[in-house]
Ligand binder design. Sequence first.
Ligand SMILES: Nc1nc2c(ncn2[C@@H]2O[C@H](COP(=O)(O)OP(=O)(O)OP(=O)(O)O)[C@@H](O)[C@H]2O)c(=O)[nH]1
Ligand SMILES: [Mg+2]
Length: 694
Amino acid sequence: MPLETSQLEQQIAIRTIALAGNPNSGKTTLFNAFTKLRQKVGNYPGVTVEKKTGALVLAKDRVVNVIDLPGTYSLSVRSPDEQVARDVLLGRTPDTPKPDMVVCVVDAGNLERNLYLVSQIQDLGLPMIVALNMMDEVERQGRDIDIVKLSQRLGVPVVPIVANQNQGIEDLKRIIAEGVDAYYQRAWKMAPDLEDEMKQLVKLFLEHENMTPQEAFTEALAVLSQRTEFKGSEELLSKIGIVQDRLKAKGLRARTAAIEARYDWIKSVLKSCVKDKNKKGPNFTERLDAVLTHKLFGWIFFLGIMVLMFYMIFTIATYPMDWIDAGFSKLGEWVTAFLPSGDVRDLIVNGVIAGVGGVVIFLPQILILFFFISLLQDTGYMARAAFIMDRLMSKVGLHGKSFIPLLSSFACAIPGIMSARTIESPKDRLVTILVAPLMSCSARLPVYAIMIAVLMPMATAWQKAELMLLMYLIGIIGACGMAWVFKSTLLRSQKPVFIMELPPYRLPSWKTVAIHMWERSRLFLKRAGTVILAISIILWALMTYPKHESMEAGEALRLSFAGQMGTMLEPVIKPLGYDWRIGIGLIGSFAAREVFVSTMSIVFNLGDDAEENTLREAFQKASWPDGEPLFTPLVCLSLMMFYIFALQCVSTIAVVYRETNSWRWPLFQFVYMAILAYMAAFLVYQGGRLLGLS
Ligand SMILES: Nc1nc2c(ncn2[C@@H]2O[C@H](COP(=O)(O)OP(=O)(O)OP(=O)(O)O)[C@@H](O)[C@H]2O)c(=O)[nH]1
Ligand SMILES: [Mg+2]
């Protein structure tokens, strides 16, 4: 095909380009640079688990679709997220057109492994550009890559870029706009008799199926490797069977032969294009890893970083929290002065402002939590945490890879559960999904924080941080324990081999951290302004009606609808040390955990005649009818236990439904976690009383 016409065709044809590549090679970073979107990036493999689409403006009136794909090491699929990448590249995804061009994002620091995928994608026959990313690191390591030669050897344009610094992006866009020639000749070869059999198969596919030569080749290779069962006509299948039998008779193993042939070719390419200028001793990452993945120091560092995080949560966050608190009080006073007394004023002051304000006040703590989580993700420490956890996880029958979804669940179980898609074994994936909500998510933070403040008002921030750490550890231990239970009963399967790669440490990009914190606080505030607001209004109404004007405030609350519900629940929760007012909070928080705090703010604003005290003071004053204090240390502990273990989150249930495709698992999860929560709270409260504690 003459070059000019092919380029012309490309120019008209290109509508969709796909960003493919190994995990952690910078695809999403490039996607964000292309589309100005803010998809999540992180320095560990498996950040992106769904395909995402955006628009790339090439010229004034020329826009193409860009698809960001989950990372994959090869096209032989092992996990659900890799399946997405493969299906899109092969044009087998119903809602996505087959890409007209692939931009293969390659980590220049890991050329050998990355070029393996490049070679596989080339075999698909799609026009391709290699975006050689992370060139800054290559330079720092003193390596020299001959771009022109690499491009010649691969037979595709190679563009050096530094995606996170926007370098090379314009070059890349220019070459995309120009279009590339799809002409391709396979460079790697297997042993002659295997190649002959391959030719036979390709011929069969071309004769019997409506395929391009590249499709026929890909299919033939898959059939040769006996990876996929091809579905076709009887005649074709029997002919394929003959070839397969012949291979077996000759003792030829096409699968390993193909892998070896590819790597041989890659090695020869690298030999001619890459030069190490100065060989050095262990690099920065290796030296740091000697400590951070050390059997003992690794754990000390991990726990240390968590204590530090909670310490910050109890110290620097308190100042902005006081300001927010003061702001909402002022707002309440202002509305009280401005509006005539009555239900409307009551709704706004005691329902909306107390409810939403009660949650928004925790924004500074949430910000600090996300600051730390972003750091863990962006520096590459996340993968190390999974690595040290692997020793613990292997005891329960899972591998460290399962710990990444669990760590992400510290932020929120929803992204955590979704990232379980990187797990190959369906059973292990299910176990991970089932235990992920046991990790303490950010919605628990307000509950823990307020309970710890009531429990030990005089303690130092370090002591509070340690108790908070304990709550998080109980969650981790609970998750591991339940994983062990599931792995040894319902979901028995072999213990998988761990192949988590440890990315190099990278300085966090402050922009990424800031964006992450911003996105998360936006979500948090949005939740406060929608879900929490709506529930606050409903609960306010339930707590206000039917009205008993003449009665004292606490008594009127008890006779309200919500009060009646709480009273009905009281016999069930009394063994945990809770009264009907806490019962109202529990009911509300089955929609979302933070609702506990907002409901309690409303309960104690309504039920208490003195309005200006803080929630902590109200808790400390609250008592049983006989005058005994309600929030004793044991009750606080028991409540925290309940919140560690209970699945009080409608959104999580919905996501588990989506990820497992049935109601069975989310229901099962809800029930087992409820039982666990009740038992834990019961044991702490009753056990403590037996020991003579209060
Ligand atoms: N030094 C350096 N770091 C980069 C560059 N491009 C991306 N990164 C960092 O590399 C890490 C991985 O980036 P991502 O864009 O999340 O990688 P990905 O390919 O989308 O990864 P998955 O979604 O897990 O497959 C992040 O920490 C980025 O900040 C680069 O050119 N140089
Ligand atoms: Mg990504």
